[in-house]
Ligand binder design. Structure first.
Ligand code: NAD
Length: 545
Protein backbone atom coordinates (compact mmCIF):
# COMPACT_ATOMS: atom_id res chain seq x y z
CA UNK A 1 0.00 0.00 0.00
CA UNK A 2 3.00 2.34 -0.22
CA UNK A 3 6.42 2.50 -1.82
CA UNK A 4 9.15 0.63 0.04
CA UNK A 5 11.87 2.97 1.29
CA UNK A 6 15.42 1.67 1.51
CA UNK A 7 16.76 2.07 5.05
CA UNK A 8 13.33 2.39 6.62
CA UNK A 9 11.89 -0.26 8.92
CA UNK A 10 12.00 -3.72 7.41
CA UNK A 11 12.47 -2.25 3.92
CA UNK A 12 9.04 -3.45 2.83
CA UNK A 13 6.04 -1.43 1.66
CA UNK A 14 3.33 -0.58 4.16
CA UNK A 15 0.62 -3.06 5.07
CA UNK A 16 -2.03 -2.82 7.78
CA UNK A 17 -1.45 -4.11 11.30
CA UNK A 18 -3.72 -7.08 11.89
CA UNK A 19 -6.30 -7.03 14.68
CA UNK A 20 -6.12 -9.27 17.72
CA UNK A 21 -8.14 -12.43 17.18
CA UNK A 22 -10.07 -12.68 20.43
CA UNK A 23 -11.57 -16.02 19.38
CA UNK A 24 -8.34 -17.60 20.69
CA UNK A 25 -8.42 -18.26 24.43
CA UNK A 26 -4.74 -17.38 24.94
CA UNK A 27 -5.18 -14.01 23.18
CA UNK A 28 -8.19 -13.29 25.39
CA UNK A 29 -6.40 -14.30 28.57
CA UNK A 30 -3.33 -12.20 27.86
CA UNK A 31 -5.47 -9.21 26.95
CA UNK A 32 -7.66 -9.58 30.07
CA UNK A 33 -4.54 -9.59 32.27
CA UNK A 34 -3.31 -6.35 30.78
CA UNK A 35 -6.76 -4.75 31.06
CA UNK A 36 -6.82 -5.68 34.74
CA UNK A 37 -3.46 -4.09 35.51
CA UNK A 38 -3.16 -1.12 33.12
CA UNK A 39 -3.67 2.30 34.58
CA UNK A 40 -4.62 5.56 32.91
CA UNK A 41 -1.95 8.26 33.39
CA UNK A 42 -3.38 11.02 35.55
CA UNK A 43 -3.29 14.26 33.62
CA UNK A 44 -4.89 17.53 34.62
CA UNK A 45 -6.14 19.77 31.82
CA UNK A 46 -4.49 22.71 33.48
CA UNK A 47 -1.94 24.12 31.03
CA UNK A 48 -2.32 27.90 31.23
CA UNK A 49 -2.40 30.20 28.21
CA UNK A 50 1.01 31.58 29.29
CA UNK A 51 2.49 28.06 29.46
CA UNK A 52 0.97 27.19 26.08
CA UNK A 53 2.53 30.33 24.60
CA UNK A 54 5.93 29.23 25.94
CA UNK A 55 5.44 25.91 24.15
CA UNK A 56 4.79 27.82 20.92
CA UNK A 57 7.97 29.82 21.48
CA UNK A 58 9.97 26.60 22.05
CA UNK A 59 8.40 25.01 18.97
CA UNK A 60 9.16 28.07 16.84
CA UNK A 61 12.73 28.05 18.11
CA UNK A 62 13.19 24.34 17.34
CA UNK A 63 11.59 24.52 13.91
CA UNK A 64 14.58 25.38 11.79
CA UNK A 65 16.75 22.68 13.30
CA UNK A 66 14.01 20.06 12.99
CA UNK A 67 13.15 21.08 9.44
CA UNK A 68 16.79 20.63 8.42
CA UNK A 69 17.11 17.10 9.78
CA UNK A 70 17.48 14.21 7.37
CA UNK A 71 13.96 13.23 6.18
CA UNK A 72 14.89 9.56 6.41
CA UNK A 73 15.85 9.97 10.06
CA UNK A 74 12.55 11.74 10.75
CA UNK A 75 10.74 8.84 9.10
CA UNK A 76 12.69 6.44 11.32
CA UNK A 77 11.25 8.31 14.33
CA UNK A 78 7.77 7.19 13.25
CA UNK A 79 8.90 3.62 12.67
CA UNK A 80 10.41 3.63 16.18
CA UNK A 81 7.16 5.01 17.60
CA UNK A 82 5.20 2.30 15.77
CA UNK A 83 7.51 -0.37 17.20
CA UNK A 84 7.02 0.89 20.71
CA UNK A 85 3.23 1.03 20.27
CA UNK A 86 3.35 -2.53 18.95
CA UNK A 87 5.30 -3.60 22.02
CA UNK A 88 2.76 -1.91 24.32
CA UNK A 89 -0.26 -2.66 22.19
CA UNK A 90 -2.60 -4.20 24.75
CA UNK A 91 -1.64 -1.63 27.35
CA UNK A 92 -2.57 1.24 25.01
CA UNK A 93 -5.88 -0.45 24.21
CA UNK A 94 -6.53 -0.98 27.92
CA UNK A 95 -5.96 2.70 28.67
CA UNK A 96 -8.62 3.55 26.06
CA UNK A 97 -11.01 0.97 27.48
CA UNK A 98 -10.72 2.64 30.86
CA UNK A 99 -10.52 6.25 29.80
CA UNK A 100 -12.92 6.36 26.82
CA UNK A 101 -15.19 3.34 27.40
CA UNK A 102 -14.11 1.49 24.25
CA UNK A 103 -14.89 -2.21 24.03
CA UNK A 104 -12.01 -4.62 23.44
CA UNK A 105 -12.30 -4.76 19.66
CA UNK A 106 -12.83 -1.03 19.26
CA UNK A 107 -9.81 -0.24 21.44
CA UNK A 108 -7.61 -2.74 19.61
CA UNK A 109 -8.65 -1.25 16.25
CA UNK A 110 -7.78 2.23 17.51
CA UNK A 111 -4.28 1.10 18.51
CA UNK A 112 -3.73 -0.67 15.17
CA UNK A 113 -4.76 2.48 13.31
CA UNK A 114 -2.24 4.57 15.25
CA UNK A 115 0.53 2.11 14.35
CA UNK A 116 -0.62 2.17 10.72
CA UNK A 117 -0.51 5.97 10.51
CA UNK A 118 3.11 5.96 11.70
CA UNK A 119 4.26 3.22 9.33
CA UNK A 120 2.37 4.62 6.33
CA UNK A 121 3.30 8.28 6.72
CA UNK A 122 6.94 7.34 7.36
CA UNK A 123 7.06 5.71 3.92
CA UNK A 124 5.21 8.53 2.17
CA UNK A 125 7.29 11.33 3.63
CA UNK A 126 10.78 10.46 2.44
CA UNK A 127 10.24 10.97 -1.33
CA UNK A 128 8.62 14.39 -0.75
CA UNK A 129 11.94 15.90 0.19
CA UNK A 130 13.94 14.45 -2.68
CA UNK A 131 14.26 16.93 -5.52
CA UNK A 132 12.18 15.74 -8.41
CA UNK A 133 13.48 16.64 -11.86
CA UNK A 134 10.76 17.82 -14.20
CA UNK A 135 11.31 16.93 -17.87
CA UNK A 136 14.66 16.79 -19.67
CA UNK A 137 15.32 20.11 -21.35
CA UNK A 138 18.72 20.88 -22.79
CA UNK A 139 20.45 23.62 -20.84
CA UNK A 140 17.82 23.74 -18.13
CA UNK A 141 17.37 21.93 -14.84
CA UNK A 142 13.81 22.18 -13.49
CA UNK A 143 13.18 20.70 -10.08
CA UNK A 144 10.38 20.53 -7.56
CA UNK A 145 10.34 19.50 -3.88
CA UNK A 146 8.63 20.35 -0.60
CA UNK A 147 9.47 22.13 2.62
CA UNK A 148 7.88 22.06 6.09
CA UNK A 149 5.52 24.87 7.05
CA UNK A 150 6.43 25.68 10.67
CA UNK A 151 4.73 25.11 14.02
CA UNK A 152 1.75 22.75 13.77
CA UNK A 153 -1.06 22.72 16.30
CA UNK A 154 -2.83 19.37 16.64
CA UNK A 155 -6.29 19.55 18.23
CA UNK A 156 -7.77 16.10 18.62
CA UNK A 157 -11.13 14.59 19.67
CA UNK A 158 -11.84 11.95 22.32
CA UNK A 159 -13.51 9.37 20.10
CA UNK A 160 -10.34 8.00 18.49
CA UNK A 161 -8.13 9.32 21.24
CA UNK A 162 -4.99 7.51 20.11
CA UNK A 163 -5.36 6.99 16.35
CA UNK A 164 -6.52 10.46 15.32
CA UNK A 165 -4.18 12.30 17.67
CA UNK A 166 -1.30 10.11 16.50
CA UNK A 167 -2.18 10.44 12.80
CA UNK A 168 -2.24 14.23 12.84
CA UNK A 169 0.88 14.57 15.02
CA UNK A 170 2.86 11.96 13.07
CA UNK A 171 2.05 13.60 9.74
CA UNK A 172 3.15 17.00 10.99
CA UNK A 173 6.39 15.72 12.56
CA UNK A 174 7.57 13.53 9.72
CA UNK A 175 7.20 16.42 7.28
CA UNK A 176 9.53 18.56 9.39
CA UNK A 177 7.06 20.68 11.36
CA UNK A 178 7.33 21.08 15.12
CA UNK A 179 4.15 20.08 16.92
CA UNK A 180 1.97 21.08 19.85
CA UNK A 181 -0.55 18.44 20.86
CA UNK A 182 -3.77 19.76 22.42
CA UNK A 183 -5.80 16.62 23.20
CA UNK A 184 -9.50 16.40 24.06
CA UNK A 185 -10.21 17.11 27.73
CA UNK A 186 -11.91 13.71 28.13
CA UNK A 187 -8.88 11.64 27.07
CA UNK A 188 -5.60 13.31 28.06
CA UNK A 189 -4.21 10.06 29.57
CA UNK A 190 -3.80 8.15 26.31
CA UNK A 191 -2.58 11.35 24.60
CA UNK A 192 0.11 11.70 27.28
CA UNK A 193 1.21 8.12 26.61
CA UNK A 194 1.43 8.90 22.89
CA UNK A 195 3.40 12.07 23.59
CA UNK A 196 5.90 10.05 25.67
CA UNK A 197 6.25 7.47 22.89
CA UNK A 198 6.88 10.16 20.26
CA UNK A 199 9.31 12.06 22.50
CA UNK A 200 11.27 8.89 23.29
CA UNK A 201 11.41 8.00 19.60
CA UNK A 202 12.74 11.47 18.73
CA UNK A 203 15.32 11.31 21.52
CA UNK A 204 16.44 7.82 20.47
CA UNK A 205 16.88 8.82 16.82
CA UNK A 206 18.47 12.21 17.56
CA UNK A 207 20.07 11.80 21.00
CA UNK A 208 22.38 14.81 20.65
CA UNK A 209 20.10 17.32 18.98
CA UNK A 210 16.70 16.57 20.51
CA UNK A 211 16.99 14.82 23.88
CA UNK A 212 14.14 15.05 26.41
CA UNK A 213 14.01 18.26 28.44
CA UNK A 214 14.15 18.09 32.24
CA UNK A 215 10.54 19.29 32.60
CA UNK A 216 9.45 16.20 30.69
CA UNK A 217 6.75 18.13 28.85
CA UNK A 218 8.65 18.80 25.68
CA UNK A 219 11.19 17.01 23.51
CA UNK A 220 13.37 20.08 22.91
CA UNK A 221 10.42 21.92 21.42
CA UNK A 222 9.96 19.41 18.59
CA UNK A 223 6.82 18.04 20.18
CA UNK A 224 5.00 19.57 23.16
CA UNK A 225 2.05 18.35 25.17
CA UNK A 226 -0.64 20.83 26.11
CA UNK A 227 -3.54 19.30 28.03
CA UNK A 228 -5.98 22.17 28.47
CA UNK A 229 -9.55 23.31 27.90
CA UNK A 230 -10.36 23.85 24.24
CA UNK A 231 -12.52 26.97 24.54
CA UNK A 232 -9.79 28.95 26.27
CA UNK A 233 -6.29 27.60 25.65
CA UNK A 234 -7.19 25.83 22.39
CA UNK A 235 -8.87 28.97 21.07
CA UNK A 236 -5.87 31.12 22.08
CA UNK A 237 -3.40 28.77 20.38
CA UNK A 238 -5.43 28.78 17.16
CA UNK A 239 -5.10 32.57 17.09
CA UNK A 240 -1.37 32.63 17.82
CA UNK A 241 0.38 34.15 14.77
CA UNK A 242 3.34 31.79 15.20
CA UNK A 243 1.18 28.73 14.43
CA UNK A 244 1.50 27.86 10.74
CA UNK A 245 -0.70 24.74 10.52
CA UNK A 246 -3.76 23.70 12.49
CA UNK A 247 -4.75 20.05 12.21
CA UNK A 248 -8.14 19.68 13.81
CA UNK A 249 -10.63 16.83 14.12
CA UNK A 250 -13.83 17.43 16.04
CA UNK A 251 -17.24 19.04 15.87
CA UNK A 252 -18.53 21.28 13.10
CA UNK A 253 -18.98 24.35 15.29
CA UNK A 254 -15.45 24.28 16.66
CA UNK A 255 -14.04 23.48 13.22
CA UNK A 256 -15.81 26.46 11.65
CA UNK A 257 -14.57 28.72 14.45
CA UNK A 258 -11.00 27.53 13.83
CA UNK A 259 -11.30 28.13 10.08
CA UNK A 260 -12.64 31.60 10.70
CA UNK A 261 -10.00 32.52 13.27
CA UNK A 262 -7.18 31.14 11.14
CA UNK A 263 -8.10 33.17 8.09
CA UNK A 264 -6.63 36.35 9.61
CA UNK A 265 -3.15 36.88 8.12
CA UNK A 266 -0.17 37.96 10.22
CA UNK A 267 -0.81 41.67 10.83
CA UNK A 268 1.34 44.00 8.74
CA UNK A 269 3.75 46.19 10.65
CA UNK A 270 2.85 49.84 10.97
CA UNK A 271 4.92 52.28 8.90
CA UNK A 272 6.70 53.46 12.03
CA UNK A 273 7.62 49.90 13.09
CA UNK A 274 8.68 48.99 9.59
CA UNK A 275 11.03 51.96 9.39
CA UNK A 276 12.82 51.05 12.62
CA UNK A 277 12.97 47.27 12.32
CA UNK A 278 13.74 45.15 9.30
CA UNK A 279 12.05 42.18 11.03
CA UNK A 280 8.85 44.13 11.54
CA UNK A 281 8.91 45.23 7.91
CA UNK A 282 9.22 41.64 6.78
CA UNK A 283 6.31 40.65 8.99
CA UNK A 284 8.60 38.88 11.46
CA UNK A 285 9.82 35.35 11.02
CA UNK A 286 6.25 34.06 11.18
CA UNK A 287 4.65 35.90 8.30
CA UNK A 288 2.30 33.39 6.73
CA UNK A 289 -1.31 32.49 6.15
CA UNK A 290 -2.31 29.55 8.33
CA UNK A 291 -3.12 26.25 6.73
CA UNK A 292 -6.07 24.47 8.35
CA UNK A 293 -6.89 20.80 8.00
CA UNK A 294 -10.30 20.38 9.50
CA UNK A 295 -12.20 17.11 9.83
CA UNK A 296 -15.69 17.54 11.23
CA UNK A 297 -18.94 15.68 11.76
CA UNK A 298 -21.27 13.45 9.79
CA UNK A 299 -24.93 12.49 9.43
CA UNK A 300 -24.29 9.35 7.51
CA UNK A 301 -26.91 7.40 5.60
CA UNK A 302 -27.06 3.78 4.61
CA UNK A 303 -29.51 2.78 1.84
CA UNK A 304 -31.13 -0.64 1.84
CA UNK A 305 -32.33 -1.34 -1.69
CA UNK A 306 -35.11 -3.82 -2.50
CA UNK A 307 -32.52 -6.32 -3.76
CA UNK A 308 -30.34 -6.14 -0.60
CA UNK A 309 -29.09 -9.27 1.11
CA UNK A 310 -30.64 -8.66 4.53
CA UNK A 311 -28.55 -11.28 6.34
CA UNK A 312 -25.52 -9.16 5.52
CA UNK A 313 -27.22 -5.79 5.79
CA UNK A 314 -28.71 -6.17 9.27
CA UNK A 315 -25.40 -7.04 10.94
CA UNK A 316 -23.55 -4.29 9.09
CA UNK A 317 -26.18 -1.68 9.99
CA UNK A 318 -26.16 -2.76 13.62
CA UNK A 319 -22.40 -2.47 13.83
CA UNK A 320 -22.23 0.83 11.91
CA UNK A 321 -24.96 2.44 14.03
CA UNK A 322 -24.07 1.16 17.48
CA UNK A 323 -20.34 0.28 17.42
CA UNK A 324 -18.57 2.38 20.07
CA UNK A 325 -22.04 3.55 21.11
CA UNK A 326 -22.50 5.40 17.80
CA UNK A 327 -19.74 7.84 18.75
CA UNK A 328 -17.93 7.71 15.42
CA UNK A 329 -18.00 10.46 12.85
CA UNK A 330 -18.56 7.68 10.29
CA UNK A 331 -21.45 6.05 12.21
CA UNK A 332 -24.69 5.24 10.43
CA UNK A 333 -27.35 7.54 11.86
CA UNK A 334 -29.88 7.43 9.00
CA UNK A 335 -31.13 4.16 7.56
CA UNK A 336 -33.05 4.66 4.32
CA UNK A 337 -35.11 1.67 3.23
CA UNK A 338 -36.57 1.44 -0.26
CA UNK A 339 -40.12 0.09 -0.31
CA UNK A 340 -42.42 0.70 -3.30
CA UNK A 341 -45.41 -0.19 -1.15
CA UNK A 342 -45.07 2.82 1.11
CA UNK A 343 -43.69 3.73 4.55
CA UNK A 344 -45.47 0.81 6.20
CA UNK A 345 -44.82 -1.66 3.37
CA UNK A 346 -43.56 -5.24 3.94
CA UNK A 347 -39.95 -4.55 2.94
CA UNK A 348 -39.35 -1.76 5.44
CA UNK A 349 -41.27 -3.59 8.20
CA UNK A 350 -39.09 -6.64 7.59
CA UNK A 351 -35.85 -4.65 7.82
CA UNK A 352 -36.98 -2.92 11.02
CA UNK A 353 -38.15 -6.16 12.60
CA UNK A 354 -34.90 -7.98 11.88
CA UNK A 355 -32.77 -5.04 12.95
CA UNK A 356 -34.65 -4.57 16.23
CA UNK A 357 -34.42 -8.27 17.12
CA UNK A 358 -30.75 -8.39 16.21
CA UNK A 359 -30.00 -5.26 18.26
CA UNK A 360 -31.74 -6.78 21.28
CA UNK A 361 -28.94 -9.36 21.34
CA UNK A 362 -26.27 -6.72 22.05
CA UNK A 363 -24.76 -6.78 25.52
CA UNK A 364 -24.67 -3.42 27.28
CA UNK A 365 -22.21 -3.21 30.15
CA UNK A 366 -18.65 -2.87 31.41
CA UNK A 367 -16.31 -2.41 28.41
CA UNK A 368 -13.50 -4.10 30.34
CA UNK A 369 -15.34 -7.42 29.91
CA UNK A 370 -14.80 -9.36 26.67
CA UNK A 371 -18.47 -10.05 25.99
CA UNK A 372 -19.57 -6.42 26.05
CA UNK A 373 -20.82 -4.86 22.82
CA UNK A 374 -22.03 -1.49 24.11
CA UNK A 375 -20.07 0.42 26.75
CA UNK A 376 -20.80 3.80 28.31
CA UNK A 377 -20.93 7.05 26.35
CA UNK A 378 -18.09 9.45 26.98
CA UNK A 379 -19.54 11.58 29.80
CA UNK A 380 -22.67 12.84 31.54
CA UNK A 381 -22.97 15.77 29.13
CA UNK A 382 -23.01 13.43 26.12
CA UNK A 383 -25.58 11.21 27.83
CA UNK A 384 -27.85 14.19 28.52
CA UNK A 385 -27.53 15.43 24.93
CA UNK A 386 -28.32 12.03 23.42
CA UNK A 387 -31.32 11.52 25.71
CA UNK A 388 -32.63 14.99 24.86
CA UNK A 389 -32.47 14.07 21.14
CA UNK A 390 -34.45 10.91 21.96
CA UNK A 391 -37.09 13.07 23.67
CA UNK A 392 -37.22 15.42 20.70
CA UNK A 393 -37.72 12.54 18.29
CA UNK A 394 -40.63 11.30 20.41
CA UNK A 395 -42.19 14.75 20.68
CA UNK A 396 -41.88 15.27 16.92
CA UNK A 397 -43.91 12.09 16.37
CA UNK A 398 -41.26 9.54 15.37
CA UNK A 399 -42.02 5.96 16.42
CA UNK A 400 -39.70 4.40 18.99
CA UNK A 401 -39.12 0.81 17.84
CA UNK A 402 -36.46 -0.05 20.39
CA UNK A 403 -34.83 1.46 23.47
CA UNK A 404 -32.49 -1.24 24.75
CA UNK A 405 -32.49 -1.24 28.54
CA UNK A 406 -29.26 -0.71 30.44
CA UNK A 407 -28.80 -3.55 32.96
CA UNK A 408 -28.62 -2.65 36.70
CA UNK A 409 -24.93 -3.71 37.00
CA UNK A 410 -24.01 -1.18 34.33
CA UNK A 411 -26.14 1.55 35.91
CA UNK A 412 -24.36 0.93 39.21
CA UNK A 413 -20.90 1.61 37.73
CA UNK A 414 -19.52 4.85 39.19
CA UNK A 415 -18.82 7.67 36.71
CA UNK A 416 -20.05 5.65 33.75
CA UNK A 417 -22.95 6.99 31.72
CA UNK A 418 -24.88 4.55 29.60
CA UNK A 419 -27.40 4.96 26.80
CA UNK A 420 -28.76 1.77 25.22
CA UNK A 421 -29.27 1.59 21.44
CA UNK A 422 -32.41 3.36 20.18
CA UNK A 423 -34.17 2.79 16.86
CA UNK A 424 -36.84 5.18 15.55
CA UNK A 425 -39.02 4.62 12.51
CA UNK A 426 -41.35 6.99 10.67
CA UNK A 427 -38.54 9.57 10.47
CA UNK A 428 -38.88 12.18 7.73
CA UNK A 429 -36.36 14.68 6.37
CA UNK A 430 -37.72 17.52 8.50
CA UNK A 431 -37.29 15.69 11.82
CA UNK A 432 -34.41 16.70 14.08
CA UNK A 433 -32.96 13.19 14.25
CA UNK A 434 -32.74 13.13 10.45
CA UNK A 435 -30.75 16.37 10.39
CA UNK A 436 -28.55 16.83 13.46
CA UNK A 437 -25.48 14.86 14.39
CA UNK A 438 -26.36 13.01 17.63
CA UNK A 439 -23.07 11.19 18.24
CA UNK A 440 -24.74 8.40 20.18
CA UNK A 441 -26.52 5.08 19.64
CA UNK A 442 -29.65 6.46 17.99
CA UNK A 443 -30.72 5.32 14.53
CA UNK A 444 -33.37 7.07 12.41
CA UNK A 445 -35.12 4.78 9.92
CA UNK A 446 -36.54 6.59 6.90
CA UNK A 447 -38.61 5.42 3.97
CA UNK A 448 -37.98 5.98 0.25
CA UNK A 449 -40.42 5.00 -2.47
CA UNK A 450 -37.64 4.32 -5.01
CA UNK A 451 -33.86 4.05 -5.24
CA UNK A 452 -33.79 7.54 -6.78
CA UNK A 453 -35.66 8.97 -3.83
CA UNK A 454 -33.31 7.13 -1.45
CA UNK A 455 -30.29 8.76 -3.13
CA UNK A 456 -31.93 12.18 -2.97
CA UNK A 457 -32.71 11.74 0.74
CA UNK A 458 -29.20 10.49 1.47
CA UNK A 459 -27.66 13.47 -0.32
CA UNK A 460 -29.94 15.96 1.44
CA UNK A 461 -27.53 16.57 4.28
CA UNK A 462 -24.89 19.27 4.46
CA UNK A 463 -22.52 16.65 5.89
CA UNK A 464 -20.68 14.55 3.29
CA UNK A 465 -18.64 12.02 5.20
CA UNK A 466 -19.60 8.36 4.83
CA UNK A 467 -22.50 6.58 3.19
CA UNK A 468 -23.47 3.08 2.19
CA UNK A 469 -25.65 1.02 -0.09
CA UNK A 470 -26.83 -2.55 0.21
CA UNK A 471 -27.95 -3.67 -3.23
CA UNK A 472 -27.51 -6.61 -5.60
CA UNK A 473 -28.35 -4.60 -8.73
CA UNK A 474 -25.16 -3.60 -10.56
CA UNK A 475 -26.93 -0.61 -12.16
CA UNK A 476 -27.87 0.76 -8.72
CA UNK A 477 -24.35 0.22 -7.41
CA UNK A 478 -22.99 2.11 -10.40
CA UNK A 479 -25.53 4.93 -9.84
CA UNK A 480 -24.52 5.16 -6.19
CA UNK A 481 -20.87 5.50 -7.14
CA UNK A 482 -21.76 8.38 -9.42
CA UNK A 483 -24.49 10.13 -7.47
CA UNK A 484 -24.15 9.36 -3.75
CA UNK A 485 -21.92 12.30 -2.89
CA UNK A 486 -19.94 11.44 0.23
CA UNK A 487 -16.25 11.26 1.03
CA UNK A 488 -16.33 7.51 1.72
CA UNK A 489 -18.92 5.31 0.04
CA UNK A 490 -19.22 1.68 1.15
CA UNK A 491 -21.10 -0.90 -0.88
CA UNK A 492 -22.54 -4.09 0.59
CA UNK A 493 -20.62 -3.66 3.86
CA UNK A 494 -20.66 -1.52 7.01
CA UNK A 495 -19.75 2.14 6.77
CA UNK A 496 -17.27 2.47 9.64
CA UNK A 497 -13.77 1.14 10.25
CA UNK A 498 -11.77 2.72 7.42
CA UNK A 499 -8.29 1.22 7.22
CA UNK A 500 -5.23 3.43 6.75
CA UNK A 501 -4.14 3.52 3.08
CA UNK A 502 -6.83 1.03 1.97
CA UNK A 503 -9.78 3.32 2.60
CA UNK A 504 -8.37 6.85 2.79
CA UNK A 505 -10.79 8.68 5.06
CA UNK A 506 -12.48 12.08 5.09
CA UNK A 507 -15.40 14.06 3.81
CA UNK A 508 -16.35 17.37 2.25
CA UNK A 509 -19.27 19.77 2.56
CA UNK A 510 -19.75 20.47 6.26
CA UNK A 511 -17.71 17.36 7.11
CA UNK A 512 -14.47 19.16 6.59
CA UNK A 513 -11.75 20.65 4.46
CA UNK A 514 -8.61 18.84 3.64
CA UNK A 515 -7.39 15.69 2.03
CA UNK A 516 -8.05 12.23 3.31
CA UNK A 517 -6.38 10.92 6.45
CA UNK A 518 -4.44 7.78 5.64
CA UNK A 519 -4.41 8.75 1.95
CA UNK A 520 -1.67 9.48 -0.56
CA UNK A 521 -2.21 13.26 -0.48
CA UNK A 522 -2.54 13.76 3.27
CA UNK A 523 1.06 14.81 3.92
CA UNK A 524 0.97 17.45 1.20
CA UNK A 525 -1.13 19.59 3.52
CA UNK A 526 1.75 19.90 5.95
CA UNK A 527 4.28 21.11 3.40
CA UNK A 528 4.76 23.87 0.86
CA UNK A 529 5.91 23.14 -2.67
CA UNK A 530 9.05 24.78 -4.02
CA UNK A 531 10.54 24.74 -7.48
CA UNK A 532 13.77 25.92 -9.05
CA UNK A 533 14.88 26.44 -12.61
CA UNK A 534 18.63 26.52 -13.30
CA UNK A 535 20.17 27.62 -16.57
CA UNK A 536 22.91 25.03 -17.02
CA UNK A 537 24.36 26.53 -20.24
CA UNK A 538 27.10 28.33 -18.35
CA UNK A 539 28.71 31.28 -20.11
CA UNK A 540 32.39 31.05 -19.43
CA UNK A 541 34.24 28.53 -17.32
CA UNK A 542 35.66 29.28 -13.84
CA UNK A 543 37.56 26.21 -12.65
CA UNK A 544 39.07 28.25 -9.81
CA UNK A 545 35.55 28.61 -8.24
P1 NAD B 1 -15.06 18.97 19.93
O1 NAD B 1 -15.15 19.84 18.73
O2 NAD B 1 -15.91 19.29 21.08
O3 NAD B 1 -13.57 18.92 20.47
C1 NAD B 1 -12.49 18.58 19.64
C2 NAD B 1 -11.24 19.27 20.15
O4 NAD B 1 -11.39 20.67 19.98
C3 NAD B 1 -10.94 19.05 21.63
O5 NAD B 1 -9.55 18.88 21.79
C4 NAD B 1 -11.40 20.34 22.26
O6 NAD B 1 -10.73 20.63 23.47
C5 NAD B 1 -11.04 21.34 21.19
N1 NAD B 1 -11.77 22.60 21.25
C6 NAD B 1 -13.01 22.83 21.74
N2 NAD B 1 -13.34 24.12 21.57
C7 NAD B 1 -12.30 24.74 20.97
C8 NAD B 1 -12.05 26.06 20.50
N3 NAD B 1 -12.95 27.02 20.63
N4 NAD B 1 -10.88 26.32 19.89
C9 NAD B 1 -9.95 25.35 19.72
N5 NAD B 1 -10.14 24.09 20.14
C10 NAD B 1 -11.29 23.77 20.75
O7 NAD B 1 -15.34 17.47 19.38
P2 NAD B 1 -15.38 16.12 20.23
O8 NAD B 1 -16.63 16.10 21.03
O9 NAD B 1 -14.08 15.87 20.93
O10 NAD B 1 -15.47 15.03 19.05
C11 NAD B 1 -16.65 14.68 18.45
C12 NAD B 1 -16.81 15.36 17.09
O11 NAD B 1 -15.69 15.06 16.27
C13 NAD B 1 -18.01 14.87 16.30
O12 NAD B 1 -18.66 15.96 15.68
C14 NAD B 1 -17.39 13.95 15.25
O13 NAD B 1 -18.16 13.79 14.10
C15 NAD B 1 -16.10 14.64 14.98
N6 NAD B 1 -15.12 13.72 14.42
C16 NAD B 1 -14.81 13.83 13.08
C17 NAD B 1 -13.89 12.95 12.51
C18 NAD B 1 -13.53 13.04 11.04
O14 NAD B 1 -12.55 12.42 10.64
N7 NAD B 1 -14.26 13.78 10.22
C19 NAD B 1 -13.29 11.97 13.29
C20 NAD B 1 -13.63 11.89 14.64
C21 NAD B 1 -14.53 12.78 15.19
Amino acid sequence: LSPAVVGLGDGRPFFNESFRDFSFADVRERFAQVVATASVPRVANDTSIAAAERMVADAAQAFEKWRNTDPLARARVLVRAAASMRARRDELSSIMIKEAGKTWREADADTCEAIDFCEFYARLAVPLFQRDRIGRFIGELDEQWYQARGVALVISPWNFPLAICCGMAAAALVTGNTVIIKPAEQTPGIARTLFDILSDAIAAEFPKQFGRSSSGSSASGVVSFCPAPGETVGAALVRDPRIAVVAFTGSRDVGCDILHASAAPTPFASDAQARTSFEAWAGGPHAHIKRVICEMGGKNALIVDTSADLDEAVLAIRHSAFGFQGQKCSACSRLIVVDAEGPKGPAIRNVIHRLVESTRALVVGDPALPGTDIGPVIDAEAQAKILSMVQRAKSEGCTLELALQVPPQALAMPNKHFVGPHIFSGVRAEHSIAREEIFGPVLAVMHAQSFDEALALANASPYKLTGGVFSRRPSHIERAKRQFRVGNLYINRGITGALVARQPFGGFGMSGVGSKAGGRDYLLQFVEPRASCENTMRRGFSPEL
